[in-house]
Write a protein that binds this ligand. Structure first.
Ligand SMILES: Cc1cc2nc3c(=O)[nH]c(=O)nc-3n(C[C@H](O)[C@H](O)[C@H](O)COP(=O)(O)O)c2cc1C
Length: 365
């Protein structure tokens, strides 16, 4: 009886901790890592309490539901192992010495997989025991859909809208240089910062996706551009829209950007001349899975024939989206080389990844 109650308590705790982990944006990094340890302790207790399952796994003549349960449990165990390793690979607080993954994508996908498979695992238990299985089937299906939606939509949305990060500029930006062979490269970036009409008292939350660097607001792509500019010790120019600014509200910017994309607008921009550079490193955020339209203006206003266009994107969940093919279409004569697409949360700690990437570009020339 006591064992059963402890088991139930531990199971409920595990689901509660997993959901809390998904709310990273509110919890913060250090608490996220500590809660992760608490989750794995609960998991160890769960495994000890249910160790009999391991003896049944190879038994033959099992009903179909039992077999499905075993498969789900095995997949859950594999996901948990990958989640555990990837947790250490993205840790900045408890395991900073562990091999760093450079991106938290795998960790986020595994978090979603573990939550969904965990719901299925618990759900299968209930299905096998229930007399009237129909409502349980419906409940488990809805819980699985909710789990996938949390991981795929809700978490990226919260990170994009509510995350505020305070960094020390010199610690994050300044470091080792790469000696670029050939002509001097040029860094060109587009960022919401510099193109938005922020009220003087706007904070990082209402100006979502912005960083606070040494007390000053900074755009994600601006920070990446500064890192790349420092690594290459070269000039970095921001694309600036002429004649208007994007609205301070994040949601309104999304809607304006959507209108511009649908209209294939080419907003007027301050001129940037790439003549004399053979390599242009273009840094841009994903807007509606596409390049922001001012970036299209920049690409159309320049002749990239014979030049190499290295791409670095930043985003809140979508990888490169459609941007690589869009850029290839806009610059058919350029040698377009995609480098990396950085998830917004990984931006403050992206310098090492960028350094390795630029080194590999340089040696691949
Ligand atoms: C108008 C707008 C549209 C966006 N659309 C997407 C999107 O489709 N996919 C995505 O992953 N992130 C999207 N984002 C998130 C940005 O790509 C991400 O926060 C980026 O790092 C912001 O860079 P910045 O601070 O330099 O402007 C969007 C942001 C804005 C403002």
């Amino acid at each position: 009886m006591v064992k059963k109650r402890v088991g139930l308590f531990v199971d409920i705790m595990m689901y509660a901790l997993l959901i809390t982990q998904m709310l990273y944006v509110f919890v913060g990094n250090n608490a996220h890592e500590i809660i992760g340890i608490a989750f794995f302790i609960c998991l160890a207790v769960h495994i000890v309490l249910k160790k009999w399952w391991f003896k049944t796994i190879l038994k033959k003549d099992k009903p179909l539901q039992r077999r499905i349960f075993d498969i789900i449990t095995c997949l859950l165990m594999i996901s948990i192992i990958v989640l555990m390793i990837s947790s250490m690979g993205v840790s900045r607080f408890l395991f900073p010495w562990f091999f760093h993954l450079g991106s938290s994508d795998l960790h986020r996908y595994m978090g979603t997989a573990v939550l969904t498979l965990g719901v299925l695992h618990g759900g299968m238990h209930m299905i096998m025991r229930a007399k009237n299985k129909r409502p349980v089937y419906i409940g488990v299906t809805l819980a699985c859909i909710a789990s996938v939606s949390i991981g795929v939509f809700a978490v990226p949305y919260l990170n994009r809208h509510l995350k505020s990060v305070d960094i020390s500029y010199s610690e994050k930006v300044i470091g080792d240089k790469v000696d670029w062979t050939g002509e001097k490269p040029l860094v060109v970036y587009f960022s919401r910062m510099g193109n938005t009409d922020f009220e003087p008292d706007v904070d990082a939350v209402s100006g979502a996706s912005l960083l606070i660097s040494d007390g000053e607001m900074m755009g994600n792509d601006q920070l990446i551009a500064d890192m790349v500019g420092d690594i290459l010790d070269c000039e970095s120019i921001g694309i600036t829209v002429k004649g208007y600014k994007y609205p301070s509200s994040y949601n309104e910017t999304i809607s304006v950007a959507g209108d511009e994309l649908r209209a294939a607008a080419r907003p007027p921009i301050e001129p940037i001349d790439v003549t004399g550079y053979d390599s242009v490193i273009l840094i841009y955020p994903l807007w509606w899975n596409s390049i922001p339209m001012p970036v299209a203006s920049f690409l159309e206003q320049n002749d990239f024939s014979g030049k190499t266009l290295y791409l670095i994107a930043t985003q809140g969940s979508s990888g490169y989206g459609n941007t690589v093919s869009e850029i290839e279409t806009l610059c058919p004569d350029a040698n377009v080389i995609p480098g990396t697409s950085i998830y917004c949360e990984d931006i403050p700690d992206a310098r090492n990844t960028l350094y390795d990437l630029i080194k590999s570009w340089n040696s691949g020339k």
